[in-house]
Ligand binder design. Structure first.
Ligand code: ADP
Ligand code: MG
Length: 262
């Protein structure tokens, strides 16, 4: 399990009372959470409960209708325009987004670039860092996720598990303050899930702050230090894995884990 957070420090990520509707369908009904340095929070919930929308609101791929996002003490400035909340400062959004690494179910590597080019793209072109330095760091990251031999390969020539490890390395190359994972192993053949979970476990052990939407119950139980169960756009249970997975958790959560043979 991830080490206990430093209680004295300000949260790395603070989400306050986020709401989001699509048309008349309210998908998020007021979600708040603080993630402190080193927290590994597993976000569980049935399909359609709002998990992806929640992560997408955090990094502003969707704009919440109301609420506040604070990254490392800096609040993302919002303003009203035409009766809707919109970011007040695009530059701030771009900067915040580079501080939040996002890993999707579908890898999302650039298919026309080699793995190494994928990894240095953000550091070189967004962060404007020296190319040679970015290459050296990228090679260390590829080593870390176990695909150093694939640096000059194109994504299509990698297995799904290798592509997802490359996608994680690409996110890490931006030196994010928080990593957001949206079902990172759900698109993988079962025999490839373990290699991705091992990389995520190692990241957690190094103290990375992580928010992980997952259906991997063993990851939620043994790697995360906190489990949040979402139900219909609300937080239904929230606590240490031992507590949440204990018999006292809500009926909806018991039914949910029952579906996983838990
Ligand atoms: P989860 O990730 O927990 O499966 P989602 O956040 O993807 O849930 O979706 C929650 C609900 O919001 C679903 O009913 C989904 O159909 C709806 N939804 C998500 N994105 C959009 C969108 N862009 N437009 C309309 N409805 C959406
Ligand atoms: Mg989803």
């Amino acid at each position: 399990m991830a080490s206990a957070p430093h209680l004295s420090s300000a949260p790395r990520l603070s989400v306050r009372n986020i709401t989001k509707s699509f048309g008349t369908h309210q998908v998020l009904r007021g979600i708040s959470l603080d993630a402190h340095d080193g927290d590994v929070i597993s976000l569980l919930g049935a399909s359609g409960s709002g998990k992806s929308t929640f992560l997408r609101c955090i990094n502003m791929l969707e704009i919440a209708d109301a609420g506040e996002i604070v990254v490392d003490g800096e609040t993302i400035a919002m303003t009203q325009r035409g009766g809707r909340m919109v970011p007040a400062d695009r530059g701030q959004v771009d900067r915040m987004r580079s501080e939040l690494g996002m890993v999707f179910q579908s890898f999302n590597l650039w298919s026309h670039m080699t793995i190494l080019e994928n990894i240095i793209e953000g550091p070189v072109h967004v962060l404007k860092r020296p190319r040679a330095e970015c290459i050296a760091e990228a090679e260390a990251l590829l080593e870390k996720v176990g695909i150093a031999g694939k640096r000059h390969a194109y994504p299509a020539h990698l297995s799904g598990g290798q592509q997802q490890r490359a996608a994680i390395a690409r996110s890490l190359a931006m030196k994010p303050k928080v990593m957001l994972f949206d079902e990172p192993t759900s698109a993988l053949d079962p025999e490839l899930v373990g290699e991705v979970l091992r990389v995520m476990r190692a990241l957690a052990e190094e103290g990375m702050t992580m928010l992980v939407v997952t259906h991997e119950m063993s990851f939620a139980r043994t790697v995360s230090n906190r489990v949040i169960f979402m139900k219909s756009g609300e937080i239904d249970c929230d606590g240490a894995p031992d507590t949440v997975f204990a018999d006292g958790a809500s009926p909806a959560f018991r039914q949910f884990i029952g579906n996983f043979g838990g």
